[in-house]
Design a protein around this ligand. Structure first.
Ligand code: GLP
Length: 241
């Protein structure tokens, strides 16, 4: 695992956006797995700036989702589908046809999970998967104690994660209890994993993931198993390393 310490979130965003641009120069139709939350926004802004200035051509890029809330209606502004379309797909000038994600609106969630894993494989697998990290060490929505071999499936959010994500909703009660997430085993199949963590609130989780033992109690420690994992942290998030 490669750990890169950058001065701040903007520098982390620029570094990772350049890695994504380099990938697209080598493989124009690369499948880019994107994460939600506040942390990756500087990456998406930096990549969109490169596209607008013609530093990279992203017109053939393909985008896929890491996870999704269950039960938010189609078009809800905080469904991860809406977030990824708004923050990534549209700013890169892509259409919805270049985007794939699990269906969080279906009555048959189990079938949607199996279908999404199959769709990722049929698309040739994820070339670069962006990840954030929860304060409890989760990746995607794989909460502590998730199997390190897990596939895409339904999970129940911890109260900590619901509280952490309540800022995106009008009231904390509106945060769904259930989610679909790529499993840890699914995530580990991406060719390159890139985790960005910024801010002091992530320092403990980062230290456990990077320097602690491999453990299902800290899902992000699964990156230790991956042959090509890059962890980018600002100085605050690196403060416990
Ligand atoms: C959610 C997402 C994760 C993300 C995490 C951290 O739980 N499912 O993919 O990493 O939030 O979000 P933030 O970057 O806003 O701290």
């Amino acid at each position: 695992m490669e750990v890169v310490i950058v001065p701040d979130a903007a520098a982390g965003g620029e570094l990772i956006a350049e890695a994504m641009a380099a990938l697209l120069r080598r493989k124009p139709d690369a499948l880019l797995g994107v994460a939600t939350g506040s942390t990756p926004l500087p990456i998406y802004e930096a990549l969109a700036t490169k596209v607008r200035s013609a530093a990279v051509d992203a017109s053939r890029a393909r985008i896929c989702q890491l996870d999704e809330y269950v039960g938010l209606p189609y078009g809800h502004p905080e469904s991860y589908r809406s977030v990824v379309l708004r923050e990534v797909v549209e700013p890169l000038g892509l259409s919805e046809s270049s985007f794939m994600g699990p269906d969080g609106t279906t009555d048959d969630v189990a079938a949607a999970c199996v279908a999404y894993d199959r769709a990722l494989a049929e698309a040739g697998g994820v070339d670069l998967q962006l990840l954030g990290i929860g304060t409890d060490g989760h990746i995607g929505f794989n909460e502590p104690c998730s199997s390190l071999a897990s596939r895409t499936r339904i999970k129940t959010l911890t109260e900590q994660t619901r509280q952490d994500n309540a800022r995106f909703f009008d009231s904390p009660d509106e945060v769904p209890h259930h989610v679909i997430t790529q499993g840890i085993g699914t995530i580990l199949e991406a060719r390159h994993l890139v985790l960005l963590a910024t801010g002091a609130s992530k320092a403990e989780a980062v230290a456990l993931a990077v320097e602690g033992p491999l453990s299902a109690l800290v899902p992000a420690s699964a990156l230790q198993l991956h042959p090509h994992a890059t962890v980018v942290v600002d100085e605050a998030a690196a403060s416990r390393l």
